[in-house]
Design a protein around this ligand. Sequence first.
Ligand SMILES: [Mg+2]
Length: 367
Amino acid sequence: MKVTQFNVYAKRLPMASGYNMSSAAVGEPDTTIVELVTDTKYVGWGEICPTGPLPQSEHAGSIRADLALLGPALVGLDPRRLGLVHDAMSSTMDGGHGAKSAVDIACWDLAGKAYGERVCDLLGGARMDPVLTYHVVPIGTPEASATVAQALQDQGHTKLQLKAGGRHIDEDIAAIHAVAKVIRPSVDLFVDCNRGWTVGEAIQVSQACKELMLAIEQPCATYAECVFARAHLRHPLLLDESATDLATISQAIGTGVADGFGIKLTRVGGISAMRAIRDLCEASSTPTSCDDSWGGDIIAAACVHVGATLNPNLSRGAWISDPYQIGHYDEEHGPRIVNGTIAIPPGAGLGITIPDGYFGSPIASYS
Ligand SMILES: [Mg+2]
């Protein structure tokens, strides 16, 4: 099997509802799709979709510039030989994890289709189906946040992520207490600040909520600030934005900085990198999720396939943006959240079937 053509598509993902983080509101994310056409009947699909230029260091423009470098280097390669694909990408450009991740996902999709196996089975097999997800409680008043949390747990959600940051910490503290008051003991609560607090604010919030059962996710902007805060927090610390790659994650585990992770598939290098992180987390009894920042059915399917292979006792769930956006590339098997869980798409590869011409004309093509 050889890659004969490398196509790149762009698509806006319309929002069904608002989504606010401490750094920015999400509005119609600009997703980038990679299509690997081969000399067989199979094509492979990859995707990467930052929420915008503020929450992450990569954005649609930088990713498409990276893909312009990578595309010509991939034509002629066997996409099933992932080590060789990564060698070719590494020898073409440094960095560019986002673009390389999209290629990696497309190669896994192709390998699965070629071997007649689901991606989760190539990764060792599904240990959960359906896969647990967690749901976001947006930044709001204490009353509004408590109402949303109550409704979500009534729908079956057992893991809730309360967004915080970007306002006075007294408001965050009040919202945390209001949500903690309404959720059942069996529901896991983690407060995700998306880097929005200073070290001092993180410590103050944790102290003010010290009697509550919760974890704090990415309170501060940098890894170093999270290390400083860690010594004074009264709650477990989860790293998300600072968990940038396998080496950093290994360091965070080895030095006791992180009690768990929220891993974004396309930040760390795709399914291949996430497989190594999954195994490292399991070997060190460290909880992790398998998420991405945003994206359509391709990203969602990748997260669900990898998320299904996590140790169920250590899984923090797989997050997908399905509830916040309108439409699916694959109306039948595009991943959806039902009662707090997501079914694995059943077909080979990622299990997503995309109608011909769905993304329009490619914005770039290499052959
Ligand atoms: Mg997070």
